[in-house]
Write a protein that binds this ligand. Sequence first.
Ligand SMILES: Cc1cc2nc3c(=O)[nH]c(=O)nc-3n(C[C@H](O)[C@H](O)[C@H](O)COP(=O)(O)OP(=O)(O)OC[C@H]3O[C@@H](n4cnc5c(N)ncnc54)[C@H](O)[C@@H]3O)c2cc1C
Length: 467
Amino acid sequence: MLILLRTQSEVRLRTVTRLLAAQLVAQPKQAFSTTTSEHYDIIIGGGGLVGTTLAAAVAKNKTLADKKVLLLEGAPEFKGFDGKGPYHNRVSAINSNSIQLFKAIDAWSHIEASRYKPVKQMQVWESNSDALIQFQHENFANGVACIIENDLILDAVYARVKEACNVKVLNRARIESVRLPQDSGCSNSEVTLQDGRQFTCELLVGADGANSVVRKQMGVDVFSLNYERMGLVATLELSDDAGDNAVAWQRFLPTGPVALLPLSEKESSLVWSTTVSHAKELQAMPPEQFVEVLNEAFCRQYPRVDLADKAVQALNAFFGHTSAQHHRQYPPRVCNVKERSRATFPLGFLHASSYVCRGAALVGDAAHRVHPLAGQGVNLGFSDVRYLVESLASGAYAGFKLGDKQHLVKYEQKCLTKNVPIMIGVHGLHTLYSTDFSPVVLLRSLGLQLTQNLPPIKNLFMKQAMG
Ligand SMILES: Cc1cc2nc3c(=O)[nH]c(=O)nc-3n(C[C@H](O)[C@H](O)[C@H](O)COP(=O)(O)OP(=O)(O)OC[C@H]3O[C@@H](n4cnc5c(N)ncnc54)[C@H](O)[C@@H]3O)c2cc1C
């Protein structure tokens, strides 16, 4: 009995000693890391339109279906969209390539079941000369653009994300800092949130907008310009003679373009790019005065450049068009601006010199930002999503790690080939139309009218714009 009791206490003593020894060994480890970090294959930083669409597209891709994805969004959870209340003031002209992407990830039927407006025609015209360009349905080449509320797009892609079993979403999850393999020498990227939580992943995707934390940590050069212009948006009610209101209108004023995008038979969305002081003035105006100034902006006579007018007439005559064949149409009259729908956004240009490094990639406004005059910004972001998912899937299939730079570079090459010409074109248009210097007015009027008269060039432009 005595022998048994002695043996039991020896066993207990040995166990306690082993536990103590194990703790002592563990202590130096704890001194390096006080928090344990969860590991994911892909972390997407930023759950805006582009980041959430990327999460949905990764979840839908068969080759990537076993990858664990974390979507981190700084804002509170998206409340959803019921399509019943007043139209939202943030809308986007979505091109046919983006629509194809939504179809591929099963998000289009969600949008189709709600409210959106296909654009059947476009008219873009000058204020310093008679030059104008009109796009009819047949010029849209491979499909029409649709005007869709941003919240509806987010609702559609978020629904796909929520039903994906390999994607986890964290809201109120603001990324404070990032460590990439190039800084830490580790093979994974690390993310720390403002509340101290930490995560690691093979690939960190920066979808966190123009002030991207991920991009800053990547250390890539950025070319950026502040246009010193604001985009004023608003939801407008139209007078009864708007017809089926399926035309997008844009007039280049000396201060910047003003555009009406159709939402329904009786409502349109406004994007008015103008100087900062003018935008603030417009935002503060009483509604009646705002409506009056807006209607005037679409028909007011600005100082003309006679030479440009003569050149436009000569071009039309050369192509055998009478002025009646090319008559300018005017947009429907605006009769009211929806209460509290006016908001302003700073406009600028940004392009990252590189979209990838080992363990990280950029998509959407984190990589590039353009003037909204051609409705390209988020469409370029959706095309990044398509290219990134294609590259990740082919890399994973070939056995590469997701954060391997060798296959991420292929994503970057595809994006640069597509994005750079469009971004230069949009920036060029902004620059050309930011002056009323006569020779420039002459040049751009000739360009616009020549394009109007040459359907192949017009179709080529439209093809580029549509994706
Ligand atoms: C007036 C106006 C009109 C426009 N019209 C059009 C149009 O007609 N067609 C078109 O194609 N484009 C248009 N654009 C451009 C388009 O709105 C943008 O390109 C698009 O919103 C970019 O989406 P994104 O998801 O890349 O970035 P963002 O919309 O900026 O989203 C970034 C997300 O990341 C989150 N985030 C940021 N930092 C952090 C962080 N540290 N941690 C966690 N989360 C973070 C933000 O909360 C946000 O949800 C327009 C832009 C403006 C200003």
